[in-house]
Design a protein around this ligand. Structure first.
Ligand SMILES: O=C(O)CCC(=O)C(=O)O
Ligand SMILES: [Fe+2]
Length: 286
């Protein structure tokens, strides 16, 4: 498997659905986020000037935007640079939301996570700003929770991603207690004594640069490494195609409390039905 790079000029929505969304094939768009109102605006200086004093928590420590940018840009060398540093856009940078329209980039649609029925619940469908410094590694190889598909929009700097083709869980040693995470910590220098089957894995590593958007379909194991100071905005996609697996996860995450699991699953099923009807009314087929 190779990761295709495509301009929006060369890929219609229908072809995206048929060739990437349905079969679960990752893709890098070279220019999809230029449709956002924010096109050309986002960079560290802009975030410093507008939201430099906004706070966020990273692994239990409070930082401001300026403090994070000083760390990732090497202006503050007094303490380690954590990765990932995240801002929850909806709540911590709400002014930025309108700049991310159309959120779908005209491809990630219909997106049921934009329906208020799903937005209300805590389903993992957040819009997040990621900030990282040189060498900052995502802590584990993983699948995204709830079988959501991820859209990672690189705003600034280059980030390296590694993905494993579908069907390679058997080489990736999922953690029995948290089967969305691999036990293999350092895939660049794997411990073959501990993880002999990993010899069969065929990771694909590639770089995503400013202005580019990576689509990671649900069920694709992945991880990332910031190669330099980077900023990206990630959001998730849910619709009729991944909904059955999403619903299974809603139950699974709450399975220890059956009443809670039932309440959440019933609500999610109801919301899903409402979204499906909405799709039909709007003529969406996906
Ligand atoms: O951009 C990254 O560091 C990867 C993020 C990711 O895969 C996730 O948050 O699930
Ligand atoms: Fe992920």
């Amino acid at each position: 498997m190779e990761i295709k790079r495509t301009s929006i000029k060369d890929l219609t929505y229908d072809r995206f659905i048929a060739e990437h969304w349905k079969p679960g094939v990752p893709l890098v768009f070279t220019d999809a986020s230029q449709v956002w109102q924010a096109n050309g605006t986002f960079c560290p200086e802009w975030f410093r000037n507008n939201y430099g004093d906004r706070h966020t928590d990273v692994n239990g420590t409070d930082y401001t935007m300026n403090e994070i940018l000083d760390l990732v840009e090497g202006k503050d060398t007094s303490r380690p640079v954590p990765y990932p540093c995240k801002f929850h856009v909806n709540t911590q940078l709400p002014e930025v939301m309108t700049m991310l329209t159309p959120l779908s980039l005209n491809y990630a649609k219909p997106n049921w996570l934009q329906n208020p029925m799903f937005a209300r619940g805590n389903w993992g469908g957040a819009i997040e700003l990621f900030i990282g410094g040189p060498g900052g590694k995502f802590p584990y190889i993983h699948l995204d929770y709830y079988h959501l598909s991820a859209w990672i929009n690189q705003l600034y700097g280059h980030k390296q991603f590694t993905v494993w083709p579908r069907g390679q869980e058997k080489y990736l040693y999922p953690d029995p207690n948290d089967p969305w995470k691999s036990l293999i910590v350092d895939h660049e220098n794997p411990d073959y004594e501990k993880f002999p089957l990993y010899r069969n894995a065929t990771p694909i590593t590639f770089t995503v640069g400013p202005g580019e958007t990576l689509f990671i379909p649900f069920g694709i194991w992945h991880t990332a490494k910031s190669l330099e100071p980077t900023m990206s905005i990630a959001f998730d996609l849910l619709n009729g195609h991944n909904f059955p697996l999403f619903l299974k996860d809603v139950w699974w995450f709450r399975r220890k409390n059956k009443l809670n699991a039932l309440a959440h699953s019933s609500y999610a099923a109801l919301a899903g039905t409402a979204c499906k009807l909405g799709d039909l009314a709007h003529g969406h087929r996906a």
